[in-house]
Design a protein around this ligand. Structure first.
Ligand SMILES: [Zn+2]
Length: 188
C-alpha cells in the first residue's frame, strides 16, 4: 500500500531547534515533548538528548516505543544545521511517522510516496490517487479550521477549503456550503 508523505506526521530538526542548539552546547537535561497531530487524533512523544563520545543521540519515546537517532551537524555560512541519522544511515532533515504506527523513519525506509504531480491524472488510477491526496489535505484543513464564517461571510480559509473540495471532486461540500450561506443570508 502506498503511504503519502502528506498523511504522515513529520519531525524536522526545526521543530526542536532550540534543544538541538542546547545539545550542541552540551547542556545538561535537554528534553521536551512533541505534539503529534493527525487531525482528529492528537498524541504526544517525548524526547531527550544523550551525549556520546563521538555523536550525540536523540532519544524519542512514543507509546511503548523508544528510538535512538544519531544527530549530525553541518556548518553553513549562516550557522549550524542539524540533521537526523535514520537507522539506514541516511542523513535526513525529516523523520516521518505514518498514521497508526509507532516508528519514526526516513521517507525511504517508510517507502513514502511524494506529491502526485508525477501521476497522470488522465488515467483512472492516477485520478483516484490524486483525489485521495486532495481529500487527505482537505480533511486535515477542515480539522484545523476554527471557524467557517466571520460576520456571516465565509473566511478565507473556508474559501480555500471549498476550492480544495472542488479539486478533489467533492461537489457535495460546495452544495452544502451554498445552502449554508443562503440560510444565513435569509436569516439576516
Ligand atoms: Zn531510513
Amino acid at each position: 500500500m502506498r503511504i503519502l508523505v502528506e498523511s504522515c506526521f513529520s519531525l524536522t530538526a526545526k521543530t526542536i531547534k532550540k534543544d538541538l542548539l542546547r545539545a550542541r552546547e552540551q547542556r545538561k537535561n535537554v528534553d521536551g515533548f512533541i505534539n503529534i497531530d493527525f487531525g482528529q487524533v492528537k498524541t504526544v512523544a517525548d524526547y531527550c538528548i544523550e551525549y556520546g563520545a563521538e555523536t550525540d543521540f536523540l532519544i524519542l519515546r512514543y507509546g511503548m516505543e523508544e528510538q535512538r537517532f544519531k544527530i549530525a551537524d553541518s556548518e553553513l555560512y549562516f550557522g549550524t544545521r542539524s540533521w537526523f541519522i535514520c537507522n539506514c544511515e541516511r542523513r535526513v532533515a525529516k523523520l516521518y511517522l505514518p498514521p497508526q504506527t509507532t516508528k519514526f523513519k526516513c521517507r525511504h525506509c517508510h517507502k513514502l510516496t511524494y506529491e502526485l504531480n508525477t501521476f497522470n491524472r488522465k488515467s483512472s488510477h492516477g485520478l483516484a490517487f490524486y483525489r485521495t491526496n486532495r481529500m487527505i489535505k482537505m480533511m486535515n484543513n477542515r480539522e484545523k479550521m476554527k471557524s467557517y464564517l466571520y460576520n456571516g461571510k465565509p473566511t478565507l480559509r473556508f474559501n480555500r477549503w471549498l476550492k480544495l473540495s472542488a479539486l478533489a471532486g467533492y461537489e457535495n461540500n460546495i452544495d452544502d456550503a451554498k445552502k449554508l450561506f443562503s440560510a444565513i443570508n435569509n436569516y439576516n
